[in-house]
Design a protein around this ligand. Structure first.
Ligand code: ZN
Length: 317
């Protein structure tokens, strides 16, 4: 199953980018250092869009689709309204209070720039039939294989791997499997390929007290996979509703920080084709693209997450 369709120009751009990235990686590594890289990182999967025959033999293949579902209507509405004025954009320091509030923030879906220059994105997704615990399971399960990660956004997700394989310890809860772990993902956001390192953390680190609401919070830093540098923060709060759940997503970008050095992770990022970041600062255009991407992938997966979880939720692999 290949990811393709009407948007040929976009598809060509992506393929060109992937080829260019592969060539760049080959130049960067060279013949002799490649051997050293291979020993430092024995298992580095390929990056590609769509599914290969080996992927289609996976037991979850029936959930593979060619196209992502459109986002819910609040997302195109927010995009059409353009960026929120900075005076209405909540600062990052207000995030925990916003999530502790049992109601809703003045703007639950939108994007803008804070007065301090950070790019802010918020996205509300309604998820009928979904339970918050299904999202903890998803974050513990999906990063072990790029094909699983592609179930989430089949047109934009190209690669996933985890820094630490925790499947051997059956005593760990889903949260313990992904919190404190780093997920390396290559994905297209707004037509641009990014090689990201998402380090999931305990929400308490950001002042978020999970005892103050039902549900769960997935939160972590967003960084580049090529450097031990973080560039932002993501938070997905999942709360129960009368008919399922809802996700309140928040992103703050242009938040620099350091991440622990992982030479094997960086080696893999270079081997699969290093795509040097055009910049490690983000603008409003990227914020809009991220809002669309988040609205698409969260709505897309939520539609079959109950079935996927029922089928594979008991598996520790
Ligand atoms: Zn994505």
């Amino acid at each position: 199953m290949q990811s393709q369709g009407g948007d040929t120009a976009k598809g060509l751009d992506r393929r060109t980018l992937v080829r260019a990235g592969t060539a760049l990686g080959a130049v960067a590594i060279g013949a002799r250092p490649a051997a050293a890289v291979a020993s430092a990182a024995p298992r580095c999967a390929d990056r590609y869009l769509g599914y290969r025959p080996a992927d289609e033999r996976q037991p979850y293949a029936k959930y593979m689709k060619d196209r992502v579902d459109p986002p819910q209507p609040q997302v195109p509405r927010a995009l059409a309204a353009a960026a929120l004025p900075s005076r209405q954009v909540p600062e990052r320091q207000a995030l925990s209070a916003e999530l502790h509030d049992p109601g809703y923030a003045p703007v639950e879906t939108g994007f803008g720039r804070t007065r301090s220059g950070e790019i802010w994105v918020a996205c509300l997704t309604d998820m009928p039939r979904v339970a918050p615990a299904m999202w903890d399971w998803w974050f513990a399960w999906h990063s072990y294989d790029g094909a699983r990660y592609k179930l989430w956004h089949p047109e934009a997700h190209a690669y996933a791997a985890l820094r630490s394989d925790r499947r051997a310890d059956p005593s760990l809860t889903d949260r313990q499997r992904y919190r404190g772990n780093t997920s390396y993902v290559d994905e297209y956001i707004g037509g641009r390929l990014d090689q990201l390192a998402i380090s999931f953390q305990d929400p308490a680190r950001y002042g978020i007290d999970e005892r103050r609401f039902d549900g769960t919070v997935i939160c972590g830093t967003v960084g580049t996979a090529l450097l031990p540098v973080n560039v932002g923060l993501l938070v997905h709060q999942v709360r129960p509703t009368a008919r399922g759940a809802e996700m309140r997503s928040r992103f703050y970008l242009n938040v620099p920080g350091l991440r622990g050095l992982d030479p094997a992770g960086i080696s893999c990022a270079v081997r699969r084709g290093a795509v040097l970041p055009r910049s490690i600062t983000f603008d409003l255009r990227f914020g809009a693209a991220l809002l669309r991407h988040c609205g698409e992938e969260m709505n897309h997966l939520a539609r079959f997450l109950p079935e996927l979880h029922a089928e594979f939720g008991g598996s520790r692999s």
